[in-house]
Design a protein around this ligand. Structure first.
Ligand code: G3H
Ligand code: 13P
Ligand code: ZN
Length: 330
């Protein structure tokens, strides 16, 4: 049994309280390897932003849970070495069972998500409450979810949004004791968040997605004022990066994300955690493809993973400064 406190990690309680007060959001970036961890920590240090290192169960299977925990522990030391001990949380993304959440808590995670959004309201409450009881006994914070995002949620996929029903949030938060709540207001996982039919096209032929449902967010905020809200599926799918991928042999068709101005607006509300994974995947892939296409003689992984890491860091720094608003808040 390892406590996150002994690893120098932080839970999300203070991070979220400050984020709501300061009208910004904490970046939650997914990782499953060394280069992603380096890019995330360097971006957070260079912008002086608190950060959440996020691990999905798929990432855990891919990289090995013990190694990931040691990488997170290393992240804390790495931040100090880079010159700024920014607060770092290690968070389980889309936990789907009590056992998985418990295993993460026991191995040094400081925060877990229990995603019971695919269950009935009562089953979701029961499962979430059970996780909260165990987590809080260990000082670990818990994110619950109400409403279902369209797209792929880890191994579960859903074709349509089921927007969060504002009438349910107060009871859910009260009965479960969760520390934050992920909601569904029109974001969606992955790089193809909307079909072309759901979008309009501007004069340049670029797909413009339907706007987020800020009316639902406002209604939720009225019912649970000051309570930390989380946005999943918040990648913007930068079109210059997608174009680079396609220019160098990739095939990303009709990839479209959430416009950054809408995320900026959300970050000034009770939304205090914004999850970004796909944009990081896109940034790394664009850089790797460019090296493969322009320097076909290279075969040293450092020569393509290095540029991928640099590109990832730059994209994350820009997000922290221009979208999340969390720069200089560490
Ligand atoms: O919400 C899903 C995250 O992007 C994690 O994706 O399960 O492929 O690691 P993954
Ligand atoms: P994106 O696919 O939009 O990056 O969302 C990631 C996410 O919500 C992780 O939980
Ligand atoms: Zn998610």
């Amino acid at each position: 049994m390892v406590s996150y406190k002994d690893l120098g990690l932080s839970n999300t309680k203070e991070m979220f309280a400050k984020a709501i007060e300061g009208k910004y959001a904490i970046p939650a970036f997914n990782f499953n390897n060394l280069e992603q961890m380096q890019a995330i920590v360097a971006a957070a240090v260079e912008t002086k932003s608190p950060v959440i290192l996020q691990v999905s169960s798929g990432a855990r299977k891919y990289a090995n849970q013990t190694l990931l925990r040691y990488l997170a522990q290393g992240a804390v030391e790495y931040a100090k070495e880079l010159g700024c001990a920014v607060p770092i949380a290690l968070h389980l993304d889309h936990g789907d069972s009590f056992e998985l959440c418990k295993s993460c808590i026991d191995s040094g995670f400081s925060s877990v998500m229990i995603d019971g959004s695919h269950y009935s309201f009562e089953e979701n409450i029961e499962l979430t409450k059970k996780v909260v009881e165990y987590a809080h006994a260990h000082g670990v914070t818990v994110e619950g979810e109400l409403g279902v995002l369209a797209g792929v949620e880890d191994e579960v996929s859903s074709e349509h949004h089921t927007y969060t029903q504002p009438e349910e949030v107060e009871e859910f938060v009260k009965r479960t004791g969760v520390d934050s709540l992920a909601i569904s207001i029109g974001t969606s996982h992955g790089a193809n968040k909307f079909t072309p039919e759901q979008c309009t096209r501007n004069e340049q032929g670029i797909l413009i997605p339907p706007p987020l449902r800020f009316d639902i967010l406002e209604e939720i905020e009225k019912r649970i004022p000051g309570f930390p809200i989380v946005l999943h599926g918040a990648s913007s799918v930068p079109q210059d990066q997608v174009a680079k991928i396609n220019q160098y042999g990739g095939k990303m068709k009709d990839a479209v994300g959430i416009p950054e101005e809408q995320l900026r607006k959300a970050a000034t509300s009770a939304v205090c955690k914004i999850n970004i994974d796909s944009d990081g995947r896109i940034a790394m892939t664009a850089a790797v493809r460019e090296v493969f296409a322009t320097k076909p003689e290279e075969f040293d992984p450092r020569k393509y993973l290095g540029p991928a890491r640099d590109n990832l860091k730059e994209i994350y720094k820009a997000k922290i400064k221009n979208v999340l608003g969390s720069a200089d808040r560490a």
